[in-house]
Design a protein around this ligand. Structure first.
Ligand code: F6P
Length: 320
C-alpha cells in the first residue's frame, strides 16, 4: 500500500472534515500518501484531486461541511461513469480508496469495486443515520443537537401561544433523526415513515391533552412521512387547535461537529486506514454495540438498518 485516495460524497455531514484529517494523519503515520478527490465522485470522473498532507488538514477538525467538497453525481450511476472512475484510480496508482458518505455513496462504491483492483472502504457519514453496520454515523449527533436546540426555542413560543407545532426534520425515507430528536425534546407525538401515520389517533391524543390542560404541543415529523403542510391543516380542522408548521431544513446538515461526531470520525477513519493497510477492502467501518467494527460493503448496501421502535414507545410514555 502506497497511495490512499479519499473522497466525500453525497449529502455533507458535520464531522466529514474531522474524518478527512484523521485519514490523512493516520495514513502518513504508516508512510502512505493521500490523494483527496474533489467534489464527490465527480473528482474520480474528472481526475481532479489534491495531495493532502498532515499540515494541509490542520485547523479543520471543528469545521462543518467538507473541504474536499461533495456532490450528487448522476453519471456515477451509469456503467460508463464507473469505468472512468476505475481508470482514474489506476492512472494515479491508488491502492486503497476511502469513501466518506452514506448509503447512496456506498452503493456507488460497491459498483466501483466490481470494476477496480483498488480496495475500497466506506466511512459512514450522514445525518440520516441509516447505514447498516453502523449503530451511529458521523454527523448524526450534531444534527440531533442542532434540531433539539431549534425545537427548544419553538417550544417556548408554542407554550406562550398555546399552539401545536409540527416540526419537520430531515432523514430522507427513514425516522432515525426524528425518533431521537422527538424523544429528546419531549415531543407529544413523533411521526416516522416506518410506522403508519394514524391521523385519528393524532387528533385523539391532542384533544385528550387539551382536555387535561396541555394546550400546546410539539409533533416531530420525519420528512419521509409525506406532506406535513396538509397534515397541519387536517389537525387544525379536526382538533380546533391552532397548528403551525416549521420545516427545519438544511441547517441540520451544517455547523461545527459535536465532540461525539468528531470522535466517531477519528475512530472510523483510523479503522478504515488500518483495514486498507492489512489489504482488507470492500468493507464499511462502523460502530456496533460500542465497538469499532467493519461489515462487508455489499451486506451493508443490501440490508435495511432497523429502527428501534422501543425509542418511540418510551417517548410516548414520557409524553404524558
Ligand atoms: O442524506 C442527507 C439528506 O440531508 C437527507 O436528510 C435529505 O433528504 C437529503 O439529504 C437532501 O438532499 P439534497 O442535499 O440533495 O437536497
Amino acid at each position: 500500500m502506497k497511495n490512499i485516495g479519499v473522497v466525500t460524497s453525497g449529502g455533507d455531514a458535520p464531522g466529514m472534515n474531522a474524518a478527512i484529517r484523521a485519514v490523512v494523519r493516520v495514513a502518513y503515520s504508516k508512510n502512505f500518501q493521500v490523494l483527496g478527490f474533489e467534489k464527490g465522485w465527480e473528482g474520480l470522473l474528472k481526475n481532479t484531486f489534491r495531495r493532502l498532507t498532515p499540515r494541509s488538514v490542520g485547523g479543520i477538525i471543528q469545521l462543518g461541511g467538507t473541504i474536499l467538497l461533495t456532490s450528487r453525481c448522476p453519471q456515477f450511476r451509469k456503467r460508463e461513469g464507473i469505468r472512468k472512475a476505475a481508470e482514474t484510480l489506476a492512472l494515479n496508482n491508488v491502492d486503497g480508496l476511502i469513501v466518506i458518505g452514506g448509503n447512496g455513496s456506498f452503493k456507488g462504491a460497491l459498483e466501483l469495486s466490481k470494476e477496480t483492483n483498488t480496495s475500497i472502504v466506506g466511512v459512514p457519514a450522514t445525518i440520516d443515520n441509516d447505514v447498516f453496520g453502523a449503530d451511529e454515523t458521523i454527523g448524526f449527533d450534531t444534527a440531533v443537537n442542532t434540531a433539539v436546540n431549534e425545537i427548544d426555542k419553538i417550544r417556548d413560543t408554542a407554550i406562550s401561544h398555546e399552539r401545536i407545532f409540527i416540526v419537520e426534520v430531515m432523514g430522507r425515507k427513514r425516522g432515525f433523526l426524528a425518533s431521537t430528536v422527538g424523544l429528546t425534546v419531549g415531543a407529544e407525538i413523533i411521526l416516522v415513515p416506518e410506522v403508519k401515520c394514524e391521523k385519528e389517533k393524532i387528533f385523539k391524543t391532542l384533544k385528550e391533552n387539551s382536555a387535561k390542560g396541555k394546550k400546546s404541543g410539539v409533533i416531530v415529523a420525519a420528512e419521509g412521512i409525506g406532506d406535513t403542510r396538509k397534515l397541519a391543516r387536517e389537525i387544525q380542522e379536526n382538533t380546533g387547535a391552532e397548528v403551525k408548521l416549521s420545516i427545519l431544513g438544511y441547517s441540520q446538515r451544517g455547523g461545527n461537529p459535536t465532540a461525539r461526531s468528531r470522535l466517531l470520525a477519528s475512530l472510523f477513519a483510523n479503522k478504515a486506514v488500518e483495514l486498507l493497510s492489512k489489504g482488507r477492502g470492500n468493507r464499511i467501518v462502523g460502530l456496533q454495540e460500542g465497538e469499532i467494527t467493519s461489515t462487508e460493503l455489499e451486506r451493508s448496501c443490501k440490508t435495511k438498518k432497523p429502527l428501534d421502535l422501543n425509542l418511540l414507545r418510551l417517548a410516548n410514555i414520557l409524553a404524558t
